[in-house]
Ligand binder design. Sequence first.
Ligand SMILES: Nc1ncnc2c1ncn2[C@@H]1O[C@H](COP(=O)(O)OP(=O)(O)OP(=O)(O)O)[C@@H](O)[C@H]1O
Ligand SMILES: [Mg+2]
Length: 357
Amino acid sequence: MADVRLLPPNAELETKRVLKQLARSHRALAELKGFVSMIPNKNILINAVMINEAKDSSEIENIITTHDELFKAMSQKNYSNPAAKEVVNYRTALWHGYELVKERQVLSTNMIIEIRQLIEKNRAGIRKLPGTVLKNEATGEVVYTPPSGEKEIMALMDNLEKYINNDYDNVDPLIKLAVIYYQFETIHPFYDGNGRTGRIINVLYLILKELLDSPILYISKYIIRNKLAYYKLLQEVRTKDSWEEWILFILDGIEQTAEETLLLVKKIKNILEKTAEDINNILPKIYSRELVDLLFYEFYTKIVYIEKGLNITRKTASNYLSSLEEKGFLISQKIGKERIFLNKRLFDIVKQAGIYR
Ligand SMILES: Nc1ncnc2c1ncn2[C@@H]1O[C@H](COP(=O)(O)OP(=O)(O)OP(=O)(O)O)[C@@H](O)[C@H]1O
Ligand SMILES: [Mg+2]
């Protein structure tokens, strides 16, 4: 069994190479933060970006679903596709974690336990029984046996919690993010869901440190693209003390994903503006900015959302959506008993930004 070393790491983290990359990562992140801060209705962007993250992060765990399935699972409570459901749970966990961090200004072990519980919809909590091992996916060989025993795990989590919430070491928060991510995966406090919970911790930490105001930056897609390196580098921090390579890997991921996310949110903002203009021209009688915002809140909408959102009758809301469909802004589909209206323009942009298979 592993003897997990306590934080802070006994190593030089701010090396020359790290500092060089750090500047680039911060620049990309600041640009994203700045752009998003100027957008009035941020929830629109957050929802769209988050659904892709939920999909990508779950995909690392081989929970693979399509955007079409997701849209059905999102719009219908008892839709029976377990993978799509789990992805929707992941997004719920992300939102919840974000709200907790905003409210309490800390990121505690209890919050982390709560977040995992939402992803997997079970109350297993911290591991109590031994037997959890990490294997090489290809060969089945055991590469790492995490610590066992609730007491030992809780002691390590306490140490991690202090490292997350106190900056006694004066190390840059993006470097700390890499350290926290490694340590969390190494403690591996849960039976399952450690990868996904760890990836949620990443974005919550950025919020906690005010490097982002909105939960909008995720490196899951980067990790999928570099999955072998990800596992190898995690392992080599342990076996070779190679902190520098791991930190550079994460910093590079932050830079790349910040750039990609900025492009995506710009696209979403543009298509929203363009759609507002088009509806105003083609259907001036029903146009309002609130209506357009509602159409972009998720990539689908329902009559009841328009009815409540605009405070109009069901009949009028239904007429609005029919007119929008007639003019090609929406495509409706009957799912279960309900008619769901897909915002095709938004849906296509979000889909394109996702992982392609
Ligand atoms: N050698 C290793 N050392 C430390 N952590 C590792 C190692 N190999 C894998 N891991 C971590 O374990 C995670 C998988 O754990 P677990 O199955 O509990 O999480 P998950 O969320 O279900 O899976 P996934 O990360 O595949 O989505 C990986 O994402 C990785 O972060
Ligand atoms: Mg798993």
